[in-house]
Design a protein around this ligand. Structure first.
Ligand code: SF4
Length: 264
């Protein structure tokens, strides 16, 4: 992976998520290269080859953080803060160090287990939240759709460690790919390690977007018999497949401790 620097821009940006005002993307681009990632459609570079970092992130972000009152800041709105290059680049860790120094807290979503490295910082924040996202039950399928993410089981183990360390935890069951993802099985595995589980189906807004082209190629190559019916369900949110899954999730919620936020 080539690591280059991005054009100078504010590192602290406004955040579109509920209850959070600011976000930091420690990287521009994401080496996880999930085939279905919506952000691929407006990527500045080819994420299989190049990821960009902010020059002097520590110096610049420190000054930006001083201009706002202490609060929870979202890490990685358009990229995964714990993508593979973070092991060496440590841009996310540098940001977390500044959060501790300036009284801020962090919330993030990742497909890695690398965040366990930073428990020493996260546990010093008042309100830190760790979230993982999972979508595939077996590793061969995960590798097909998510080029370079951490195996699902390892993510769940790290989330359990976060919970044991006293951090707030949540999970995103996303994207459910019809006839590929066994959502109910993943739900059972996630339930003991998180308080909240958000559930989303695969959403494709543009059939000409790179993410749908990627997914289409995988379906053609590996799911030829199911390809047509998967596509039919993906583009029909009122399809019986989603209704049936919604019903099963609502039923599971009756006996399950984590709160389910169902968006399918
Ligand atoms: S980890 Fe997230 S940001 Fe990175 S490629 Fe996958 S979906 Fe996109």
């Amino acid at each position: 992976m080539r690591v280059t620097t991005c054009s100078k821009r504010l590192i602290l940006e406004s955040c579109g998520l509920e209850d959070l005002v600011y976000q930091v993307d420690p990287y521009v681009g994401c080496g996880h290269y999930c085939s279905y990632c919506y952000a691929l459609n407006h990527a500045e570079t080819d994420w299989r080859e190049e990821v960009r970092v902010h020059e002097d992130l520590s110096g610049r972000l420190f000054h930006e953080l001083l201009t706002i009152p202490p609060q929870t800041i979202y890490m990685g709105y358009n990229s995964d803060p714990y993508q593979p290059v973070e092991a060496e680049q440590r841009q996310t860790r540098k940001a977390l160090e500044l959060f501790v120094e300036t009284g801020h807290s962090a919330s993030f979503l990742t497909k890695s287990d690398l965040f366990a490295r930073d428990f020493d910082l996260l546990t010093r924040m008042e309100d830190a939240r760790v979230s993982i996202s999972v979508a595939f039950n077996d590793d061969a399928t995960r590798r097909l759709f998510e080029h370079d993410t951490t195996p699902t089981e390892m993510r769940m183990d790290a989330l359990k460690q976060a919970q044991d360390a006293g951090l707030q935890t949540s999970a995103l069951l996303c994207p459910i790919i019809p006839y590929v993802t066994d959502a109910m099985e993943l739900l059972d595995s996630l339930a003991p390690v998180t308080d909240t589980i958000w559930v989303y189906g695969l959403t494709i807004r543009d059939r000409n977007g790179l993410n749908w082209k990627n997914v289409e190629a995988i379906l053609a190559g590996h799911y030829p018999a199911n390809r047509k019916r998967i596509e039919e369900v993906v583009f029909d949110r009122e399809h019986a497949y989603w209704r049936d899954l919604r019903t099963r999730l609502e039923k599971a919620q009756l006996t399950m401790k984590p709160e389910l936020k169902i968006h399918i």
